[in-house]
Design a protein around this ligand. Structure first.
Ligand SMILES: N[C@@H](CCC(=O)N[C@@H](CS)C(=O)NCC(=O)O)C(=O)O
Length: 282
């Protein structure tokens, strides 16, 4: 049992103190969700092995009353297994699969696109002692980090439309976990927390419908996501010719609209009929 209701978490943070790692972010939320206080061990990229007494090269790591647990996913499973009477993080194979699917989609389609646009910011914000290591390990062959990030004002406006699936999903539910947040929310929120930790320019527009869920997520557990060093995510300025950042007044489709009889499909059927007529006369 966590002593004094506290769990120790090894942080991976930037110079100003904000957590950078999405995995550490998800773990912070997981510990808070279980109702524990976090004893944060500060630190950056240099000296992880020394800080953790040789236990790990990667973070997060937690220590629960002397027991070390590594890896953000395994930590969430450990917390559910060890504390079944406290609010559940994952709880079923279905939630596990859906969480991994949503996270994989978000990382592959959105975070991967954002990364080249913040990679110099990321390096510029690390602790002095980490500068050389992060520069060398994050620089791709043949280009400097400055060259990778240059021209981002042309690329950033192309990324918000890629979040449409998450926006549509969150239209019908306050949280990905349903009425209350669960580990699915935390894994997805971790992407936005990471971006807010590193991006020196907003990456989403002020009026993005996803903002409501993001802001409520950052506010959870006494404002867990509102720590010093976090930058505004919303405020991306669009220019002439940039794509619409999100679908306004989306009509929905067969997945999202309920068929409650012919009245509910009347408008679509009228459109189908008009098309059939056009084709017949063509
Ligand atoms: N599967 C691990 C991944 C952990 C991981 O890769 N952590 C990164 C930060 S995002 C790290 O510790 N990096 C240290 C380094 O780059 O030297 C988890 O979920 O905990």
């Amino acid at each position: 049992m966590a002593k004094d209701n506290r769990i120790t978490l090894y942080d991976l943070a930037l110079r100003e103190g904000q957590t950078i790692s999405p995995f550490v972010w998800a773990t912070k939320y997981a510990i808070a969700h279980k109702g524990f206080q976090i004893d944060l061990v500060p630190g950056g990229f240099t000296g992880i092995v020394e800080r953790t007494g040789g236990k790990t090269e990667r973070l997060p790591a937690i220590v629960d009353d002397g027991k070390w647990v590594l890896d953000s996913w395994l930590i969430a499973e450990y917390l559910d297994e060890t504390y079944p009477d406290r609010p559940t993080l994952i709880g079923s194979k279905q939630v596990e699969i859906a969480t991994k699917f949503i996270e994989g989609w978000l990382w592959g389609n959105v975070l991967r696109e954002w990364l080249p646009n913040i990679v110099q910011d990321y390096r510029d914000m690390v602790m002095d002692v980490d500068w050389d290591y992060v520069t060398k390990t994050r620089t791709p062959p043949g280009k400097t980090l400055e060259e990778v990030q240059a021209g981002r004002e042309d690329r950033l406006p192309l990324i918000p439309p890629k979040l449409e699936l998450l926006r549509t999903t969150l239209k019908d539910t306050p949280w990905l976990g349903g009425d209350a947040p669960n580990y699915t929310d935390y894994r997805a929120l971790a992407v936005f927390l990471f971006m807010s930790a590193v991006a020196t320019t907003p990456v989403l527009t002020e009026d993005d419908p996803i903002r409501d869920w993001v802001e409520r997520g950052f506010d959870l557990y006494g404002g867990l996501g509102r720590i010093p060093g976090m930058k505004p995510l919303f405020g991306l300025k669009l220019r002439e010719g940039d794509p619409e950042p999100f679908v306004k007044d989306a009509v929905g489709n067969g997945l999202t609209r309920r068929n409650t009889g012919p009245e509910s499909t009347k408008a679509e059927t009228e459109r189908f009929k008009a098309r059939l007529k056009e084709q017949a006369s063509a």
